[in-house]
Design a protein around this ligand. Structure first.
Ligand code: DGL
Length: 273
């Protein structure tokens, strides 16, 4: 087996992670798949997110990807464990692997916080899953984790309201609700792939001493480390520097939207799942 690395998200938000992966590891071939036709995932049930994510992972396997990165917090929170522990074991060869974005973030977060009080901003689905507190506890039992769901941030970004007054209102609202949960929080994780687009606005309303953590470079460095530690997988990943983009939506404005998240406009192909 020899093929590209698959990168999956519910939509285009995962491009903020993919951008950093492609920058850190430019030599690999990549296929990006956004399930825009069924996004957002953040408000859906465990069962639905698992089913949708598995379908997309299978599609990427069919396209020849030996390794798939779930560049989506919600899918990582609600589907990754079942896929790794059930589907990969029973239905695929051991040469197939799926990785997420929550564990790499949890692994390093303890090196950022001095007060040992960390906040998570994420979709309702990610918050309800409790994945961040569970994963962080695993690596840093001395850290207290507080969470805040931000159900309106993804729709605001998706609808081009990043600079509107609604964004100011809801950024302040959710941030204040998070900060009110702990007096000494010094680190906040942007636990949704869309949120880096809101970073300037989030920064504006966050106390200066609080560090805001984006996941892109964390996930990219973790993948580089993974490929180094698993040379058999590295050998399976083809290296011609190609990038191909797919969306499940019939999206005429795809190139513009991709530009917003990826930093450059690229051709996007439609795919039926
Ligand atoms: N990409 C998702 C995440 O990182 C957010 C978008 C959605 O709700 O589908 O959680």
């Amino acid at each position: 087996m020899h093929g590209p690395i698959g990168v999956f998200d519910s939509g285009y938000g995962g491009l903020t992670v993919f951008r950093e992966i492609a920058r850190t590891l430019p030599q690999y071939d990549y296929i990006y798949l956004g399930d825009n036709a069924r996004a957002p995932y953040g408000i859906r049930s465990f069962e639905v997110i698992y089913r949708y994510t598995l379908e997309c992972v299978e599609k990427l396997f069919e396209m020849g990807c030996p390794l798939v990165i779930l560049a989506c917090n919600t899918a990582s929170a609600k589907a990754l464990r079942s896929i790794q522990q059930r589907d990969l074991v029973t239905r695929y060869s051991p040469q197939h692997r799926v990785l997420g974005v929550i564990r790499p973030t949890a692994e390093v977060i303890g090196t950022y916080s001095k007060t040992r009080s960390v906040g998570i901003l994420a979709t309702p689905g990610t918050v309800i899953s409790n994945s961040y507190p569970i994963e962080i506890e695993h690596f840093y039992p001395d850290i207290t984790v507080r969470q805040q769901p931000c159900p309106l941030w993804v729709p605001l970004i998706e609808n081009g309201e990043l600079d509107g007054p609604g964004a100011d209102y809801f950024v302040q609202k959710y941030l204040n609700q998070l900060l009110a949960q702990s007096e000494n929080m010094d680190t906040i994780v942007l636990g949704c792939t869309h949120y880096p687009l809101m970073l300037p606005k989030i920064r504006q309303y966050t106390p200066e001493h609080v560090r805001l953590v984006e996941q892109g470079s964390i996930v990219a460095n973790s993948l580089a480390d993974y490929l180094q530690r698993h040379p058999w997988m590295d050998e399976q990943c083809s290296k011609n520097g190609s990038r191909t983009f797919f969306t499940s939506e019939n999206d005429t404005a795809a190139a513009d939207k991709v530009g917003l998240f990826y930093g450059q406009s690229v051709a996007v192909n439609h795919i039926t799942l």
